[in-house]
Design a protein around this ligand. Structure first.
Ligand code: UT7
Length: 329
């Protein structure tokens, strides 16, 4: 039998510590005015506890999700963790999360697609539901960006923050709601503009890689900005066209929160009015894989059954994409 995958619940979790623009301006040569006007960010959350990592934030979001959806962890079939900051290279963060939340009947894996990872994971998870094989799939986007941010590099340290957001996917047998369509893309030629050079099989950790600060994010901000503005708008327009949606048909645009100027440009091209765009970048900065589920969580009370929602993202890889879904509760 045909079925769609619907989001049946959402939850977010961010650490307590608030890193403000003013505090950053004491660490590097920057200012609240520059950060606010160039990015839209006012503050971000940082996971300060050295003994906690991405899996802990993801587990916290998932525990809230399980409670909200009245689900026992033993009912969960699959956990897909979208992240670029796994606790370690292996075991996968999904394995650690499953253990932490007691999802002892689930399997799981990590999915790496930088800022687009939540979209890639949501699409992947929805296919497992549509196949009929699984009934409860959790997709969690979680990143402890503070573990790979160079707090002496003003170009990158002002942008990123830590956080996690999770959704529950279940079958929607009406086939009217849930994930309707997706367009996902990669272009590895863009990899050189946004990357972490060391720590993988090409450049394992050495004294040199540490001295050269190669275990931190490198970003050519201007180039990434240029591609992000074009590609996020292109793919959003494409998914609207092929689903016969006009700007006025879109109830909510949920964009990746990398830069307010990228979000505004995307909404403008889609002809979606600003009051239909979810924006929380001012509070959390760019939490990479967590931005979109954190938005859905913050806006949950405003969402209605049947709402037309477009999710859109662009990130390192390059990776980008858009998903069209109808809200199911
Ligand atoms: O989520 C993954 C994808 N990532 C993105 O989408 C991020 C895309 N890029 C961006 O959002 C922006 O490029 C940044 C926010 C990273 C930088 O903003 P920008 O408007 O592109 O600045 P810029 O790199 O063109 O730099 C303009 C000036 C430069 O000074 P000069 O050369 O004009 O004297 C920079 O050195 O601003 C300077 N600058 C800063 N000044 C104060 C760069 N960073 C800072 C800073 N504070 N934090």
């Amino acid at each position: 039998m045909l079925t769609n995958a619907k989001i049946s619940g959402v939850a977010g979790w961010v650490p307590e510590y608030v890193l403000t623009n003013n505090e950053l301006s004491k660490m590097v040569d920057t200012s609240d005015e520059w950060i606010t006007t160039r990015t839209g960010i006012k503050e971000r959350r940082i996971l300060k506890d050295d003994n906690k990592a991405t899996s802990d934030m993801a587990a916290s979001a998932i525990n809230i999700l399980l409670e909200k959806t009245n689900t026992s962890p033993l009912e969960v079939d699959l956990i897909i963790c979208a992240t670029v900051t796994p606790d370690m290279l292996f075991p996968s963060t999904a394995c650690l999360i499953a253990d932490k939340v007691g999802a002892n009947n689930a399997f799981g894996f990590d999915l790496s697609a930088a800022c687009s990872a939540f979209l890639f994971a949501l699409d992947t998870g929805s296919k497992y539901i549509c196949s009929g094989k699984y009934k409860k799939v959790i997709v969690v986007g979680a990143d402890k960006m503070s573990s790979i941010v160079d707090y002496s590099d003003r170009q990158t340290c002002v942008i990123f923050g830590d956080g996690a957001g999770a959704v529950m996917l279940e079958p929607d047998d009406s086939t009217e709601n849930g994930v309707i369509d997706s367009i996902l893309k990669v272009d590895g030629a863009g990899g050189k503009f946004l990357k972490m050079i060391a720590g993988g099989s090409l450049n394992p950790a050495t004294k040199e890689t540490i001295k050269n600060r190669h275990h931190y994010i490198y970003q050519d901000g201007k180039t990434v900005f240029k591609f992000a503005v074009t590609k996020m708008a292109d793919v959003s327009e494409e998914i609207m066209k092929r689903n016969n949606l006009k700007g006025s048909d879109v109830d909510w645009l949920v964009p990746h929160q990398a830069n307010l100027r990228i979000i505004d440009a995307t909404a403008k091209r889609m002809n979606v009015s600003p009051n239909k765009v979810m924006i929380n970048i001012q509070n959390y900065g760019n939490t990479t894989a967590a931005t979109i589920p954190l938005c859905l969580s913050d806006w949950e009370s405003k969402l209605s059954f049947g709402d037309n929602i477009i999710l859109a993202a662009f990130g390192g890889g390059f990776t980008w994409g858009a998903i069209y879904l109808k809200w199911a509760y």
